[in-house]
Design a protein around this ligand. Structure first.
Ligand code: SF4
Length: 376
């Protein structure tokens, strides 16, 4: 069976005001690079049984900012994973990077330890927008990081955030086009969302955060789709575009409901019918790593898993096969209610049903969450 590995690195140079990932602001020199790698390797050893009968198709170092991690230490963890698990011959190894911790030398150092793909957090090519987002880099720094990576890393992706206050659809479109024109074969374009518990969330609660107009956000989504489509990048998932064959295999695994072993502080894992989460505080994680101490563990009932498959599968342009999902989970998916709802959604142009396969037609992607929820 196919599975993947996710490794969380929980530190960043600063905390962005919109970010609700577990990440702690820290100077690079204050991080115990080797100690954290030792802890992840100890957890890996404790979780070795999860790798039995599994082939690892992808390894993803996320965060936080894993490009801050000494490449030698990140490489030690990667080597440990390769020694513990059966990895596919073409295993995809991705590292999330920020422009402030990625240049040509660092990109090469990552390649030297076995990394084949980087995903760079550009977010915007405009100084005023980067300032609003609390980012530490400027547009020139983002371009330098991308060009440095393109010079030596086989596969390079970058992230763009749209839906910023006062942003026109033309501005969103032009930035996406400019990034594609740098030669990137993969782009992730995320709508800015205001999450509770973040600095933006607090400001919004008090009515002190300027927000984008919903109509302009929807138009930006469509304008980006058009610009990237014209450049040969397929809109294969709501937020992701790729040239054929350049899709993020790791994320495809999530969207298809495949297992992933999570390692590191605050990492989630989903394996053998249960979801677990590791301790959220780095010190607590490091202390308990050798025993794979968990913050929480939740067995997942087939119906909960089916709902996840619906929610995630509908994000893909190709959709997913509800019959296959039901067979996999040992559950009859076509209840009378769901059949009726699917027919209604189809009649409204929100859903396409071909046998057991369900997908959202491109014109209805803006309603995906609502469509998925109706099918629960
Ligand atoms: S760099 Fe990324 S992970 Fe770190 S705080 Fe900013 S958005 Fe969050």
């Amino acid at each position: 069976m196919r599975a993947s590995v996710y490794v969380h690195f929980p530190w960043c140079l600063a905390k962005c005001p919109y970010c609700d990932f577990v990440s702690y602001a820290e100077e690079r020199d204050n991080i115990d690079h080797a100690g954290y790698a030792d802890a992840v390797l100890a957890e890996l050893a404790a979780r070795a049984a999860l790798f039995e009968d599994r082939e690892i198709a992808s390894v993803f170092f996320g965060g936080g900012t894993p490009s801050l991690w000494e490449p030698r230490e990140l490489g030690r963890v990667l080597a440990g994973i390769r020694a513990t698990a059966r990895t596919a011959a073409d295993v995809e190894v991705t590292v999330e990077c920020n422009p402030t911790s990625l240049d040509r030398d660092r990109a090469q150092a990552l390649v030297d330890v076995g990394v084949g793909r980087v995903s760079i957090g550009t977010q915007s090519l405009r100084t005023d927008q980067l300032t609003y987002l609390g980012r530490l880099h400027d547009p020139a720094g983002a371009r330098r990081a991308i060009e440095g990576a393109l010079a030596c890393v086989p596969r390079v992706s970058t992230d763009l955030i749209f839906g910023l206050p006062d942003q026109s659809p033309e501005d969103a479109r032009d930035q996406a086009a400019a990034l594609a024109d740098l030669g990137l074969a993969h782009l992730s374009c995320y709508q800015l969302t205001i999450e509770p518990g973040t600095r933006f969330g607090e400001l919004a609660k008090r009515g002190r955060l300027p927000l984008a107009d919903d109509g302009a956000v929807a138009e930006s989504f469509l304008a980006i789709d058009e610009a990237l489509g014209a450049r040969g990048l397929t809109h294969y998932e709501i937020s992701n575009y790729a040239r054929p064959g350049e899709e993020a295999r790791h994320n495809l695994g999530y969207w298809r409901g495949e297992e992933y072993v999570g390692l590191g502080c605050a990492a989630y894992g989903y394996s053998r019918g249960a979801r677990y989460r590791n301790p959220i505080l780095p010190q607590k994680y490091v202390q308990g790593a050798a025993a794979a101490t968990e913050e929480s563990r939740e067995p997942l009932a087939p119906l909960a898993l089916l709902r996840e498959r619906i929610m995630l599968g509908l994000r893909l342009a190709t959709g997913f096969d509800l019959d296959d999902a039901g067979r996999d989970l040992g559950i009859a998916p076509w209840t009378g209610e769901r059949t009726k709802t699917a027919a209604q959604l189809e009649a409204r142009g929100r859903l396409v049903r071909e046998g057991g396969r369900l997908r959202i037609p491109p014109g209805a992607w803006l309603f995906t969450d609502d469509t998925a929820a109706r099918l629960f």
